[in-house]
Design a protein around this ligand. Structure first.
Ligand SMILES: [Zn+2]
Length: 97
């Protein structure tokens, strides 16, 4: 196991940005939340889903129906990939299927 918190890998960062950009209604707030995000842990089941810290300095009382489920489906190198981001003011979790 690596040490946490750590900076997201490029792949984790790209996926996170992809899901954020796929949800334009909340993209600005989500970009703010995840601006300096760190990976705080990986899901203990072994699936590799990263948990992210959030920066709430710009997003104070602005809370969505929570947790905010945002999903995106992408074709990555020929494989269908679905990612769902759960974000609230306590943290974010990106589930990758
Ligand atoms: Zn898992």
């Amino acid at each position: 196991m690596g040490e946490f918190p750590r900076r997201p890998t490029k792949e984790e960062r790209d996926l996170l940005d992809f899901v954020v950009e796929a949800n334009p209604d909340h993209a600005a707030a989500l970009h703010s939340l995840f601006r300096n995000t760190q990976v705080t842990q990986l899901c203990s089941c072994g699936c590799g889903s990263p948990h992210f810290s959030v920066d709430t300095s710009d997003v104070r009382k602005r809370i969505w129906p929570h947790p905010l489920p945002e999903e995106a489906v992408a074709l990555v190198e020929g494989a269908l990939m679905m990612a769902m981001l759960w974000a609230d003011l306590d943290g974010g979790n990106l589930e990758i299927n």
